[in-house]
Design a protein around this ligand. Structure first.
Ligand SMILES: Cc1ncc(COP(=O)(O)O)c(C=O)c1O
Length: 467
């Protein structure tokens, strides 16, 4: 068989399906393991940061000299000794991104720029492969991919064997959709705000196999978590096998109360699938605490990682039940995968190994800042933006309350949406989107000045937006 060692997952001879629970982090409670793991991880990141050369400020020199390391973290400015991180600290974070002040990205729900450290890592490793694409040289990628997996798993509070590094949320959603064993008549309850890959994809499955898809609508302007829980719990029946929802909607910005919904699903033996495309990298996500059975996300969105990388988390005891979409070299020689745990979902043939390795660099970037700090900053910028827009007389689609929202901010556009978006970009240098209305998604690379400019742009275009 002509397979690339670089793209194979390590064979263990002991499929995850048979991993004893006692060896798994899943057997520890989140309270037991996560803070300790996180502290240890942050300490490791700090140690790596300390030995990194000034490479990050000198990309060309760095790529020529730097050894190929495992998941390096960029050197970042230290926080002030006391008190919250101030605006000047966030401006230093912004300086890690190469976009021009005249073309400010505010569309994290779609695609984010990567910090230089991530982009340079992709370039560096891609050049390394082009210089020597032997299996010998590429053997190191196995360890680098594993380092990425471990870093991502630590941040999400789960075991590395529960994470597959796939291509994006779309692929991961479809793996769950196609792979869960369902029979004709089984019901799948979905949110009507799900992305097509977690919505129409279920209709396609229903057309093929006769499952029943039930769409749940939630109130347009929710004011309490309970208003978002009740419609779902009312829809669950003794035929429901799957509850497939979205952490934060890309079309409304509404954030679902996942813990409560997962508890309701678990009590009925229902698989809870969570699309986290709008939460990974924006919120401080603890998957064990959320209680979902599977979770999907894209590295190129809020995680600010390399393009065309994503994750599929499947809880350890659910992995054996879910079939893979693709079987390729590295899987093994029979139906029982040789690879451990969720790695069976990344059986995809030759991968972009530089990209997989750079997922670890992005995880290091997040760890250096702190996922909690990032969530607070995103909420802060989003609240300022939403309040500013509301004061101009626009109607918010997204709740103001951070408990009911994330970083996705949407306002209604009764007027000319495409003209408003074009002029916001051309005349005010703010790149938003038209999904669900006027959608602006500020992230940590945005400064308060960017948010103020966005509000000013909306003020100037108020007539176009309101029609
Ligand atoms: C909620 C949600 N799910 C899935 C996706 C698909 O993401 P990707 O195109 O990275 O696969 C998106 C993209 O915007 C999304 O918002």
């Amino acid at each position: 068989m002509n397979q690339s060692p670089a793209s194979q997952s390590p064979a263990t001879g002991s499929p995850a399906n048979r991993t004893p629970a006692s060896q798994s982090p899943a057997s520890q409670s989140p309270a037991d393991r996560r803070p300790t793991n996180r502290r240890r991880f942050l300490a490791e990141v700090a140690a790596v940061s300390a030995v990194l050369p000034a490479a990050l400020s000198s990309p060309a020199a760095a790529s020529a000299r730097a050894p190929i390391r495992s998941a390096p973290a960029p050197r970042l400015p230290a926080p002030p000794p006391r008190g919250p991180r101030d605006e000047s600290w966030w401006e230093q974070i912004r300086a890690h991104f190469s976009f021009a002040e005249e073309k400010v990205p505010m569309n994290a729900a779609n695609l984010c720029p990567s910090p230089r450290a991530v982009a340079e890592r992709v370039e560096e490793l891609t050049r390394d492969v082009d210089r020597d694409c032997s299996s010998n040289n590429r053997a190191k990628f196995r360890g680098l991919t594993e380092a990425s997996r471990a870093a991502v798993a630590e941040q999400l509070g789960v075991g590395a064997d529960e994470i597959a590094i796939v291509r994006n949320t779309s692929e991961a959603n479809n793996t769950v959709n196609n792979g869960l064993p369902l029979a004709a008549g089984d019901e799948v309850v979905i949110w009507d705000q799900n992305h097509p890959t977690n919505n129409v994809a279920w209709d396609v499955r229903a057309a093929r196999f006769g499952i029943v898809v039930r769409r749940v609508a939630t109130p347009a302007r929710p004011t309490t978590p309970q208003q978002l829980i009740d419609p779902f719990t009312r829809a669950l029946t003794d035929r429901t096998r799957v509850l497939a929802i979205t952490h934060v909607s890309n079309v409304s910005g509404v954030r679902l109360p996942v813990r409560e919904l997962a508890r309701a699903a678990r009590a009925r033996g229902i698989h809870l699938h969570l699309d986290g495309a709008q939460s990974w990298g924006a919120l401080d996500v603890d998957l064990r605490a959320l209680g979902c059975d599977s979770y999907t996300a894209s590295a190129h969105k809020w995680f600010m990682g390399p393009k065309e990388a994503g994750i599929l988390y499947v809880r350890e005891d659910r992995i054996p039940a879910i079939w893979p979409n693709t079987v390729a070299p590295g899987w093994g020689s029979d139906a029982d995968p040789d690879v451990r745990g969720a790695r069976k979902f990344e059986s995809l043939g030759q991968r972009d190994d530089a990209c997989l390795a750079a997922v670890g660099t992005a995880a290091g970037f997040h760890a250096t800042i702190g996922p909690g700090e990032i969530e607070t900053r995103v909420a802060d910028l989003a609240t300022t933006l939403k309040e500013g827009i509301a004061e101009l007389g626009l109607t918010l689609v997204t709740p103001l309350d951070p408990e009911l929202s994330g970083g996705v901010c949407i306002a209604e556009v009764p007027g000319d949406r495409s003209t408003a978006l074009r002029r916001l970009y051309e005349e005010h240098g703010i790149a938003g989107a038209g999904t669900g209305g006027l959608r602006l998604c500020p992230h940590i690379y945005n400064t308060r000045d960017h948010v103020a400019r966005a509000i000013e742009g909306v003020r100037a275009l108020r007539g176009v937006i309101l029609g």
